[in-house]
Design a protein around this ligand. Sequence first.
Ligand code: NAI
Length: 326
Amino acid sequence: MKIVFFESKSYDIDVFEPKLKDTDICYKFYDTRLDEDSAVLAKGADAVCVFVNDVVNRKVIDILSQLGVKIIALRCAGFNNVDYKYASSKGIMVARVPAYSPYAVAEHAMALLMTSTRKIHKAYIRTRDFNFSLQGLTGFDLYGKTVGVIGTGKIGKIFINICKGFGMNVIAYDKFPSEGLDITYKTLDEVYRESDIISFHCPLTEDSLHMFNFGTLGKIKPGAVIINTSRGALIDADALLEGIKTKKIGAACLDVYEEEASYFYEDMSQSIIDDDTLSRLISMPNVIVTSHQAFLTKEALENIATTTIDNINKLYAGEECANIVT
Ligand code: NAI
């Protein structure tokens, strides 16, 4: 069996290679992202292994199908970038890693929130320059604040527990609420209206695309903090920028961005960034952007590699695979 890895970085290779090198599986790692131009690199492969920003649309699937690829293995939880229904119609199986460390993502969301509310990112830069002034660094207590959690699955639930540990009042919205849990569910509008902090933890689907939009700005509390560690397109980035510029939004903590595929995971420090919205957001003192790194812990990478290889082995052998995307 041969697996071709796309968008593979050193931290991917470090965990996958030791698990593959003493097996019968052939493998090739490419740094390049899978798209219509690079799909030919899958020639001879039975499986391609892709990540969040690889493009797996109909055209790419057609090429993979012609090349004889039988398995698309996502080494992530979200699968919004894969046209899995079309893949299935072409006889290509799609699998993902539904849970590798929900703690990694939930903890990153809290790290972003605390960095933002206590201005740690500003203080770090100041003290490195021996500027010990506290001017402009006033934050606010999380204790007693209302956090609205959108999506109460694996990550959302852990984030809720973390917030409860801080003494925060938690409310939540989920399209499919969990039963029997100590979670106060509200409508999406109520969550928008009542929350001091809003954190997104639901998948990107046709339903959830731009669930935060220009209309949302009229609903949220002035000064609300927005956290998105889920998928960029849950939020209309232009609406977010408008909210920041008009000071309706108090701060934004973003691990994901609607148009991140052209920039995230690459060193763009020597490039001119074409995306004015991203540039403007990054220039704001109350916006923190991380480059889709919430998953990036040792524990998560280890689980991703183990589960991905197991998924591929099972699908290749024609065995039942619980992580197939249907
Ligand atoms: P999950 O499947 O356990 O939970 C998702 C929850 O969202 C479910 O309770 C579901 O009912 C709810 N939901 C579905 N559609 C919704 C809608 N339209 N509105 C509100 N709620 C809706 O997923 P998990 O593991 O908690 O992951 C959540 C998301 O986090 C993933 O879909 C992925 O996009 C993102 N993620 C981001 C990572 C990062 O590195 N930044 C890493 C891993 C996941």
